[in-house]
Design a binder for this molecule. Structure first.
Ligand code: PEP
Ligand code: MN
Length: 338
């Protein structure tokens, strides 16, 4: 349930409504914009009498919210969430272009790629240090050493670091060393991890699960928001379908649908979606034109010898050419890349 109040109403009227909700054992989430004031009810709002609420001074409307997600719901917060990472913003007209190798492999590799990404106009560096591989015999990542190498690359370029966490064991190291914590597709429903991340104030990049519905995906974001961390960025990375020519199927329609349902920013990873380097550019352009708030792209200086996902990684020169096209798409969409 949401209660729409007159944005000019006095604070005591707001407090009375909030007290009424809380006295029924329910939570309150209020949001305010220039022309609105919304009090959202968290919990089983069946306990509340909407006619009684309508009698409070300042209350204009009481609406039922059908969706199971609350804090992530656009009805609870009509304005786009803008996640601010060291002054670089994602959402609300700001595009985050996150690029880098699938895995951090060496100091030389990550620094070289980071410099190329910066020069091309990307504004975040990605690189996996803990890798969720399908086979236990594949390269598992440099782990904590990988985080150190990402920090060196950040020192060289100033690009904030985005990297994946796989276990609650490393939350402290991630909070101390990383700018955006990525939750991968395979961990989208690791609820224990989501709850722990909800207690931090780090921006979280939440990838869509391999076969997750839009609702399941937003409910996972709700876990993080419910803990108090409202800095969540969603990432569509393709879902599993019957098609086998592509690694996954990029669900382009999820972008406008999620943006209608939720105020959270949504970015797209065309690399894991298509699975081939030559699909990255068309999918990236389509994503921006469909309203995405950014991209996550795998870039490698030597894709043939990459330790993971070489077949879907583009070379730095292709990333540079892609950025020129993305800037044109951004302009058409009225978005900026800072
Ligand atoms: C990745 O970003 O390298 C990755 C493993 O992605 P996903 O979780 O989407 O498969
Ligand atoms: Mn990868």
């Amino acid at each position: 349930m949401i209660i729409i109040m007159d944005p000019k109403t006095e604070i005591q009227n707001i407090n009375k409504v909030q007290e009424c909700i809380e006295s029924n054992g329910l939570g309150v989430y209020s949001s305010r914009g220039e022309s609105y004031l919304i009090i959202g009810v968290i919990g089983d709002s069946g306990k509340l009498d909407s006619n009684k609420l309508l009698r409070f001074d300042g209350v204009q409307k009481v609406l039922k919210v059908e969706e199971p997600f609350k804090k992530a719901n656009r009805l609870f917060k009509p304005d786009d969430t803008i996640v601010d990472i060291e002054g670089k913003k994602i959402g609300g007209g700001n595009l985050g272009i996150i690029a880098g190798p699938c895995s951090v492999e060496s100091e030389e590799q990550i620094i070289k790629i980071a410099k190329d990404i910066k020069a091309a106009g990307g504004n975040f560096l990605r690189g996996g240090a803990f890798k969720p591989r399908t086979s236990p015999y594949s390269f598992q990542g440099l782990e904590l050493e990988g985080l150190e190498l990402l920090k060196k690359a950040k020192k060289e370029t100033g690009l904030p670091i985005v990297t994946e966490i796989m276990s609650t064991d490393y939350i402290d190291q991630f909070v101390d060393n990383v700018d955006v914590i990525q939750v991968g597709a395979r961990n989208m429903q690791n609820f224990d991890l989501l709850k722990q991340l909800g207690k931090t104030n780090k921006p979280i990049l939440l990838k869509r699960g391999l076969s997750a519905t839009i609702e399941e995906w937003i409910m996972s974001a709700e876990y993080i928001l419910a803990g108090g961390n409202e800095n969540v960025i969603l990432c569509e990375r393709g879902i599993r379908t019957f098609e086998t020519y592509t690694r996954n199927t990029l669900d382009l329609s999820a972008i406008p649908m999620v943006k209608r349902l939720s105020h959270l920013p949504v970015i797209v990873d065309p690399s894991h979606a298509g699975g081939y380097w030559y699909l990255v550019e068309p999918l990236a352009k389509a994503a921006i034109m469909a309203g995405a708030d950014g991209l996550m792209i795998e870039v490698h200086n030597d894709p043939k010898n990459a330790l993971s996902d070489g077949q879907q990684s583009i070379k730095p020169e292709n990333f540079r050419a892609l950025m020129d096209k993305i800037r044109v798409c951004a302009e058409i969409e009225g978005k900026i890349i800072k």
